[in-house]
Ligand binder design. Structure first.
Ligand code: MGD
Ligand code: MGD
Ligand code: SF4
Ligand code: MO
Length: 756
């Protein structure tokens, strides 16, 4: 186990749940609120409960919401400061049109004129090139109602197959693996199930910085005796105090899982009875794992044999366990296999669906869960239905009041959309809640493609880097300016409550979409009176699907502080109306689901879970002779995603103002680089110059760069656009690179960028 220097322990404290910061802010905001509105943080998938302090039409601060069961009043630094973004001078208060004669490249435009112009542009392109000449890009920070509306708008109003969303960069490897193994794509248990468990395995997740409130559950579990295993090329804050740290080389997770399963089988630490009764496919997986001897696994993964033995003993002999993973194992061209490898360890020990044992992929964006269920994915219809399935198509076409034949088929993933734009196949784009110029890999292609668009409309509340390429920007709503639901990390559907009205000419996103439908002369299906109305249709649309929300109502969510889906409006056994409380824990033995119909707890017709072959495949553009180091990318606690929001919140910017290049002292010494020196990292696609951050908490063969910045500071100019063949997630977490000391500061360092 690693020893922890005192200053790093202080960092852990800072990155951990932040009650003291909550208190500090409570005392510092002197203005008296007129109202308190119970809602949730707009940032990560934990969706902490919070009460916004509102005065007039302004959010002036917040109070903890102690009763909300997930976070009990605790928040991380982003949650504490989020309320500051609304008053930022960059907030879009009018629509904008591209205007080369203006100093900023845009000039304001009346909202009504902007809608008319947007509709005319879309109409013109579709008239000239056909309905499929336009693409939609949507996002999982939106409420579930909005994500449902976007999927419907693409297929019913625009009649294009081309819609995809930013969860393509986030949750799709986990989602695909979950569907393959369990038939349903959701974390199995409320996090409170972790407290009392025997061992928690955290694979590729920087829990303390990226899902800070989950840290609190890990700590509580540890206090009750849980052992913690962390698998990461970096000694993350949680790894600093864990029981076993597995310093995996980037891109080798499937090999590591196979090596551990090999040992579990060899030592007899598997649950043969469970495997026999509740799973299929074990033998093939066991056969594959035979080649992953400890010696070979250690050679491939860089994890010592002794640690592999310890990992299998800790996991194999525990009475109960939790497996958690996030983008560290999923952001790979082998991402689905990696996630399946983790799931195989869970299934082999049979520890799932009981009060102290579970499995979860930690969702990223605010609505990373709900946003991947109801039809904004290129191949999906509401309720996690399949757009290629005739029965599913008929059901949804019926709800939408259209002919099944008019419902387009599957489109392509978000990155492929840019390839199609680049190739001239797609001519127009409508984007909402997505900043692909900063967030997609090998972003040179994205910038080039954006300039080729004949017509581009963006809906956002800030002019993000992608929207700067737009012809028109429509001023959308902040999370606190609208109501709706989101589904957080545990699978709990919760309420977002409206605190204020959108300012100026800004409009709630769903209104903008409906205004476009009306202006296009295709209002059929887009006359909802509000989010509640949309949700009622979503309930009916999702009914009978795997992600069944039919029994969820706003009232139920409000009074129960969240409802776990699936939640049925009718008893799946008898068809009689039911006041269902939802499904906090999946896969309990003896439980009934409408797909297995009593055959077993998993969501397949035979009720059994699937072992899937989880093969190790080398990364595309792996480290090698020419580019000897691994470049991996991710996050820091104070910034969020492409930074559009958090780079405008001064106290967060001050915590970590610029991206830095993390490297180990041994590597730094070899390259003659000292902490704070300018260093250059180069991959086959580009070069970035950043200040070095020399830390002992990273493998000496790996560098880490956070990705929250645009332009010269954007690491996505360097990342590789390789994608997983099943999930189409990009391989953000590994590519070959080389590093050298820079001769001096880069040109951009001389330009004072406005951070505020
Ligand atoms: N502060 C903050 N919190 C966030 C976000 C944010 O932007 N900022 N974003 C939210 C979103 S959308 C998401 S998706 C989540 C992401 O949450 P995480 O997945 O926890 O965050 P990342 O930093 O992307 O990567 C996690 C870890 O993967 C490790 N890693 C890199 N390569 C590998 C590998 O090959 N194998 C293994 N095992 N590990 C590897 C990295 O060292 C890193 O510690 O966070 C959410 N929360
Ligand atoms: N190198 C590298 N790249 C990565 C990753 C990585 O680990 N490494 N992680 C990937 C992951 S996991 C993710 S999730 C993506 C995220 O990448 P993006 O989704 O592109 O990033 P965001 O910053 O969330 O961009 C969302 C935009 O939506 C706007 N927005 C937010 N909420 C709303 C709303 O309610 N309404 C409207 N109208 N607009 C809204 C924001 O202002 C912002 O401009 O990045 C991916 N890119
Ligand atoms: S960013 Fe995530 S952990 Fe932090 S307060 Fe918001 S929801 Fe909670
Ligand atoms: Mo994400």
């Amino acid at each position: 186990m690693a020893t922890i220097p005192a200053d790093e322990l202080r960092i852990i404290e800072r990155f951990g749940p932040h009650r003291s910061a909550v208190d500090a802010v409570r005392q510092s905001t002197s203005a008296e609120p007129e109202r308190l509105v119970k809602t949730h943080c707009c940032f990560c998938g934990q969706q902490c409960g919070v009460q916004l302090k509102v005065r007039g039409n302004e959010v002036i601060g917040f109070e903890p919401w102690e009763e909300f069961p997930f976070n009990r009043g605790m928040l991380c630094p982003k949650g504490v400061k989020r309320y500051l973004q609304g008053a930022h001078p960059d907030r879009l208060l009018t629509a904008l049109q591209r205007d080369p004669s203006s100093a900023h490249g845009f000039s304001p435009l009346a909202y009504g004129d902007a809608i008319a112009r947007a509709a005319a542009g879309i109409g013109r392109i579709q008239q000239a090139y056909g309905p499929a000449s336009i693409a939609l890009l949507s996002g999982a920070s939106l409420t579930t109602e909005k994500t449902y509306l976007m999927g419907k708008f693409a297929r019913v109003c625009l009649r294009t197959p081309y819609i995809d969303y930013n969860g393509r960069l986030c949750m799709v490897s986990a989602g695909a693996a979950n569907k393959k193994a369990f038939g349903i794509d959701r974390t199995t248990s409320p996090w409170s199930d972790m407290i009392g468990t025997g061992v928690i395995w955290v694979a590729g997740s920087n829990v303390a910085e990226c899902s800070p409130i989950t840290t609190n559950y890990l700590w509580q579990a540890r206090e009750q005796g849980a052992k913690i295993i962390v698998q990461d090329p970096r000694i993350t804050p949680v790894a600093r105090t864990c029981d076993l740290y597995l310093p995996v080389r980037p891109g080798r997770d499937a090999a590591l899982f196979a090596g551990v399963l090999h040992l579990l089988i060899e030592r007899g630490w598997i649950d043969r009875e469970f495997i026999e009764a509740h799973t299929v496919g074990f033998d093939e997986v066991a056969e594959y794992c035979r080649q992953w001897t400890p010696a070979r696994t250690a050679a491939v993964t860089g994890v010592p044999e002794r640690s592999l033995q310890q990992a299998s003993e800790l996991w194999g002999t525990a009475a109960s366990s939790f497996m958690l993973h996030a983008r560290g194992i999923e952001h790979h061209s082998n991402g689905v296999q990696n996630a399946l490898g983790a799931i195989n360890l869970v299934l082999a020990t049979g520890r799932i669906g009981t009060p102290r044992s579970g499995y979860g992929t930690i969702t990223g964006q605010a609505n990373g869960q709900g946003g991947r269920e109801h039809g904004q994915k290129c191949d999906q219809l509401p309720g996690w239905r399949d757009i290629a399935n005739p029965e599913h198509r008929r059901h949804i076409a019926g709800i939408w009041g259209i002919d099944e034949a008019d419902l387009p088929g599957a489109g392509v993933d978000a990155y492929e959309l840019f390839r199609k734009i680049d190739a001239g196949e797609i001519k127009a784009l409508l984007s909402i809640c997505f900043n692909p110029k900063v967030s997609l890999p090998d972003s040179g292609l994205v910038s080039r493609a954006l300039e080729k668009l004949e017509f581009y409309v963006a809906i956002d509340f800030f002019l993000n880097e992608t929207a700067r390429h737009a012809d028109l920007v429509l001023p959308g709503s902040l999370q606190e300016e609208d109501e709706g639901t989101v589904t957080q990390v545990e699978g709990r559907v919760i309420r977002i409550n409206k605190a204020i009205d959108p300012p100026g000419e800004a409009r709630q996103d769903w209104r903008i979409v409906q205004d476009l439908a009306a202006a296009l002369g295709r209002p059929h299906g887009f006359t909802f009176t509000g989010p509640r109305d949309i949700f009622d249709e979503l309930r009916r649309a999702s009914k009978g699907g795997v992600a069944d929300y039919s029994g969820i109502t706003y009232e139920k969510v409000e009074t129960r502080m969240g409802v776990f889906w699936p939640c049925y409006s009718e008893d799946p056994r008898t068809g009689r109306p039911l006041d269902h409380g939802g499904t906090p824990r999946l896969f309990e033995r003896g439980s009934y689901n409408p797909i297995a119909r009593g055959q077993g707890p998993f969501y397949f017709p035979d009720g059994k879970a699937r072992f899937n072959l989880a093969e190790h495949r080398p990364a595309v553009d792996d480290a090698g002779e020419e580019y000897p180091l691994f470049l991996t990318t991710g996050r820091v606690v104070s910034q969020f995603l492409s930074g559009t929001q958090t780079r405008r919140i001064d106290p967060l910017v001050r915590q970590y103002p610029e991206p830095r290049m993390e490297m180990h002292p041994r590597l730094a010494a070899k390259l003659g680089i000292a902490d704070g020196d300018w260093a250059e990292a180069e991959t086959r696609r580009g070069m970035i110059a950043l200040r070095a951050m020399v830390v002992t908490t990273i493998r000496p063969d790996t560098i880490f760069i956070p990705y929250h910045w645009p332009g010269e500071k954007s690491v996505n100019r360097l990342t590789v656009a390789a994608q997983d063949p099943i999930s189409r997630i990009p391989q953000y977490k590994v590519c070959g690179c080389r590093v050298r000391k820079a001769a001096g500061p880069p040109a951009y360092a001389a330009i004072l960028e406005p951070q505020q």
